[in-house]
Design a protein around this ligand. Structure first.
Ligand SMILES: [Zn+2]
Length: 324
């Protein structure tokens, strides 16, 4: 068989074009589905081993061989899970008519029993957001209150909200996304009345688009979930947004004062509960402004790691994928 050189060139060029199109399509698909690939395919999907028992602060006491409890004041308690690798802290906030449990951890053990041991009042569970390490999963509550956002409300039927994999991410540890039965909607900027104590609901997205913080109006304490805590802040997840993070920082700084204590949902090491100040939020805000302006230098590729201050890092997507 004889093929003329010019025809051979044409065949080769067509093959190169075809191969390039296929390659671009595969790369585009991988980029588009990057969160799915990272969290569903690359992770083990198994429950992690528990960590060694740590030496805790004298202010904390062990509830059992898993949970610790630290009294912040007579009616506010931090419930910690120091053996879980993410070292979650949830908060029981008590009024005179009811108590709120803000976050419930990953549900490897029964946090509801711990909360019920600390109060005789009815407990309303409020998730700071829907990630698997905050919603309790198999641990269920009689009363559940969720922030009233249109993108959440429109998915609810008969008060039931089934979480999707991307907002729950439990596949990372082999945890199935639960269905929450909601009996109270929390308007953004509205207040939860606990009797003689009020919590204002602040919409503080960034980490996710459903993240809230609760402001104790009596003393300015703010419970911030995963918005900020000592350690790495995750701003590259499926529904993270740096623009939202920047706006959320502004909301917190407007609503708090310099002497406010900010209680986060994770700590990076023992002992103690994860308490920050508004200066940390100012540092985060400045970091976000510098990233947006292109003047901040991050390390690594995916995620990019930006230093916020000595205690906090911000993990983002690389600049060409950042969501501003
Ligand atoms: Zn989270």
């Amino acid at each position: 068989m004889h093929i003329k050189t010019s025809r051979l060139d044409t065949i080769i060029s067509k093959k190169i074009v075809f191969a390039s199109i296929v390659l671009i399509a595969v790369i585009s698909l991988a980029v588009w589905q990057r969160h799915y690939l990272i969290f569903n395919v690359l992770m083990s999907g198994e429950a992690p081993e528990l960590m060694q028992r740590s030496v805790e602060s004298p202010n904390s006491s062990w509830y059992d061989d898993y949970f610790i409890v630290e009294k912040i004041d007579d009616r506010t308690f931090a419930i910690g899970e120091p053996l879980y690798h993410q070292q979650n802290f949830s908060y029981l906030i008590e009024g005179t008519a009811r108590a709120v449990l803000f976050d419930a951890g990953p549900g490897y053990r029964d946090i509801r029993a711990v909360a019920e041991s600390l109060t005789n009042l009815p407990i309303t569970f409020v998730p700071s957001h829907f990630h698997f390490d905050h919603v309790g999963n198999t641990v269920t509550f009689k009363h559940v209150a969720v922030v009233d956002l249109p993108h959440i409300r429109k998915r609810v039927e008969n008060n039931a909200l089934t979480l999707s994999w991307y907002e729950h991410l439990g596949a990372i540890e082999g945890i199935e996304a639960p269905t929450l039965t909601i009996d109270e909607w929390l308007p953004v900027s509205g207040t939860m009345n606990l009797g003689d104590r009020e919590l204002r609901v602040l919409y503080t997205p960034g980490h996710t688009n459903d993240s809230i913080s609760l402001l104790d109006t009596s003393n300015g304490a703010l419970f911030v979930g995963d918005f900020i805590y000592p350690g790495p802040l995750f701003a590259y997840l499926p529904n993270s947004s740096l623009q939202d993070y920047l706006e959320g920082s502004g909301t917190i700084l407007r609503e708090t004062s310099t002497d406010s204590s900010l209680f986060g949902a994770h700590r990076d090491s023992a002992p103690g509960i994860p308490v920050l100040s508004t200066q940390d939020v100012e540092d985060l805000q400045q970091t976000l402004i510098a990233i947006k302006a292109g003047t901040a230098t991050g390390k690594g590729s995916y995620p990019q790691v930006y230093k916020v201050n000595e205690r906090i890092e911000l993990l983002t997507e690389p600049p060409w994928l950042q969501n501003w």
